[in-house]
Design a binder for this molecule. Structure first.
Ligand code: NCD
Ligand code: ZN
Length: 362
């Protein structure tokens, strides 16, 4: 991790009050899992972009409306201190080779804000994803550009012959550049970027291109997956990269550029599924999301830039109003729980059992 440029300044700071942040990339799952994880997000964030990679995926406006209702019902039944948390789920549709161009208009009318591109086979529940974006989805992309619908991109090629650690960089040349050339007015979010290549690409792209960055990609490089043994809870997709890439992500997130904003990619999987011979991809960061970002920004001597990244840039890019309420972080050590209930199972949050130095105030 980099040393704070002026540790004295940050160490004196005891509280940090921010406009309430939003999470621009989140997996909430469904059913009992949804019920278990939603309160962690709702107590921190005003809104979240909800990923549509359920089984089966959320591919139609009608399915998104129904999923939104299930999220709101889960929220209502998880009141805290007798009050319902004022959280707004922002819905997305899962793009497939067969998404009907008409679905874009229906989605916009239903309040859906974006489509999510999963290259087929790239990650958890992506089998129904797109096999050839610029070959099969042109009419839908035109509709999205026309209707002002955003495209959120899981930016990795899936070819077996491309090294796993190079898949994001190759995606930029094979998909992002042609996509930007052919649909210059489409707003595109390069989700959970993990490489210097992607950070540089987004920084130099036009104003219609932005990126989310996770807390774990700001805090860890790929050594975290292998420290003292194989550590499944640090395995996510796109996978953690070398230190040079982590440093580039920290630089982008703390640059003050409105093109970079918070997206946790909190992706809950039951402990039993993570701790087995084939482990699912995803880090469950929701219970300490804002605290983890604060730690990363503080280490870079950039706590004063956290608010823009967490609370302003995303809303501005999506064309939504910034939140009016605020949240406060306090310098107060606390220990992340070892396990949390997850329906009939349990789940381990990232940093389980470890002490964090910032704590969100209730
Ligand atoms: C996500 C999941 O579990 O749904 N996993 C992950 O590692 N991030 C899928 C994704 O966003 O790639
Ligand atoms: Zn994700």
């Amino acid at each position: 991790m980099t040393a704070p440029s002026d540790p004295g300044v940050d160490a004196r700071l005891q509280t940090l009050t921010l406009t309430q942040p939003d999470d621009w990339h989140l997996h909430l799952r469904d059913g009992a899992a949804l019920q278990a994880v939603l309160p962690f997000t709702a107590r921190q964030f005003g809104r979240a972009i909800v990923m549509p990679n359920l089984r089966p995926p959320v591919t139609t406006a009608a399915q998104a409306v129904a999923y939104r209702q299930r999220i709101l019902a889960a929220l209502a039944s998880s009141e805290q201190d007798g009050r319902q948390l004022p959280f707004e789920p922002l819905m997305t549709l899962y793009l497939t080779d067969n998404t009907a161009p008409d679905e874009v208009k229906r989605a916009r009318e239903a309040g859906v804000v974006a489509f999510k591109l999963y290259p087929a086979g790239a990650t958890t529940n992506s089998d129904a994803g797109v096999t050839d974006l610029l070959g099969r989805c042109r009419a839908t992309l035109e509709g999205m550009q026309r209707e002002g619908m955003l495209l959120l991109v899981h930016g990795e090629v899936t070819d077996a012959e491309i090294d796993l650690f190079d898949r994001e960089a190759v995606f930029i040349d094979r998909v992002m550049r042609p996509l930007r050339r052919d649909y210059p007015a489409l707003k595109v979010v390069f989700e959970h970027i993990t490489t210097r290549d992607a950070a540089q690409y987004v920084a130099q792209a036009g104003p219609q291109t932005a990126a989310t960055i996770t807390a774990h990609h700001l805090l860890y490089n790929r050594n975290a997956i292998f420290t003292g043994g194989l550590r499944p809870h640090y395995y996510c997709l796109p996978v953690l990269k070398r230190e040079v890439h982590r440093l580039a992500l920290v630089e982008a997130a703390t640059s003050g550029s409105p093109k970079f904003f918070l997206g946790t990619d909190s992706a809950p999987h039951a402990t039993a599924l993570k701790e087995q011979s084939v482990c699912g991809a995803g880090c469950f960061t929701a219970p300490a999301a804002l605290e983890l970002y604060a730690e990363a920004f503080e280490a870079a001597g950039a706590l004063h830039l956290l608010e823009g990244f967490a609370s302003h840039h995303g809303a501005d890019f999506y064309g939504l109003p910034r939140n009016r309420s605020s949240v406060t972080l306090q310098r107060e050590p606390w220990t992340v729980p070892e396990q949390l209930p997850f329906g009939d199972a349990t789940i381990k949050p990232l940093r389980a059992g470890e002490t964090l130095r910032w704590k969100l105030q209730p």
